[in-house]
Design a protein around this ligand. Structure first.
Ligand SMILES: NC(=O)c1ccc[n+]([C@@H]2O[C@H](COP(=O)([O-])OP(=O)(O)OC[C@H]3O[C@@H](n4cnc5c(N)ncnc54)[C@H](O)[C@@H]3O)[C@@H](O)[C@H]2O)c1
Length: 249
């Protein structure tokens, strides 16, 4: 097992068809104890219970620093140590540039980008104390190609911000034994598009994907598992595409 004896925090892992829960399942199968942190506390508890004994699910709004600190403190009390952090929580909105309101901008930056900062700030001291840790952050192909798939320009901007933030964290905390990497998925079949993706849109998108299918949550869970495990012991500041060839660069 790749994560035997390790402990992991995964944010945004309560939604049933989501990337976070698929990752939690994979981590548990690889021997990790998992803490699911999600804005939906009841769903987080239910998701953790579905993994079996020893996992925990807590309410946490990643866009709120106090909420992150409180949740991480609870995990540290329960697990003792924190080996892995997956900054996965995110929201999107399909909207054109001229229609973005100040509130839209704040909301999208807060969850997708500020959330990575706050949760990492809460977890890193625990990792630094033991001189070991792996952090993986969720970006998107939208950051690399300027959107155009589903999320608006504010989503592209937030996910591009994640790339810069994660690389800076990799540089700062490498000497402390903490690795920080990003994943950049293409279009993955989850509920984030909330039924707004029509068959016509899907068909058009498929024309641009050499592997000729949308991604699955498990496709991304596999990459998070690689980044969390010692298989990637010498990988930091990297960005791993999981996009079926939608963007080859
Ligand atoms: N599905 C895709 O095509 C795709 C592509 C690239 C990147 N992503 C990113 O992958 C991540 C997971 O998305 P998904 O597709 O599994 O979507 P999802 O909607 O199924 O999951 C998102 C989860 O984040 C939680 N969440 C939302 N706001 C939160 C907050 N403030 N604090 C804590 N939790 C919060 C939700 O409750 C949900 O459980 C997101 O960051 C998303 O932007 C998704």
């Amino acid at each position: 097992m790749l994560l035997s004896g390790k402990t992991a925090i995964i944010s945004g892992a309560a939604s049933k068809r989501g990337i976070g829960l698929a990752t939690a399942r994979r981590f548990a199968a690889e021997g990790a104890r998992v803490a699911i942190l999600d804005i939906d506390a009841a769903a987080a508890a239910e998701a953790a219970a579905s993994l079996g004994e020893g996992h925990i699910g807590l309410g946490c709004n990643v866009a709120d620093k106090t909420s992150c600190n409180d949740a991480v403190a609870q995990v540290a009390r329960r697990f003792g140590v924190i080996d892995i952090l997956i900054n996965n929580a995110g929201i999107t909105q399909p909207v054109k540039l001229l229609d973005i309101t100040p509130e839209d901008w704040e909301r999208i930056q807060d969850v997708n980008l500020k959330g990575v900062l706050f949760l990492s700030q809460a977890v890193i001291p625990h990792m630094r104390a033991r001189k070991t840790g792996s952090i993986a952050c969720m970006s998107s192909v939208s950051a690399q190609r300027g959107g155009g798939i589903f999320g608006g320009p504010h989503y592209s901007a937030a996910k591009a911000g994640v790339l810069g933030l994660a690389k800076a964290m990799a540089r700062e905390f490498g000497p402390d034994g903490i690795r920080v990497n990003c994943v950049t998925p293409g279009l993955i079949g989850t509920d984030i598009t909330a039924g707004k993706l029509t068959d016509e849109m899907k068909a058009k998108i498929l024309e641009g994907i050499p592997l000729n299918r949308l991604g699955t949550a498990d496709d991304v869970a596999g990459i998070y598992t690689f980044l969390a495990s010692d298989l990637s012991a010498y990988v930091t500041g990297a960005v791993i595409d999981v996009n079926g060839g939608m963007l080859i660069h």
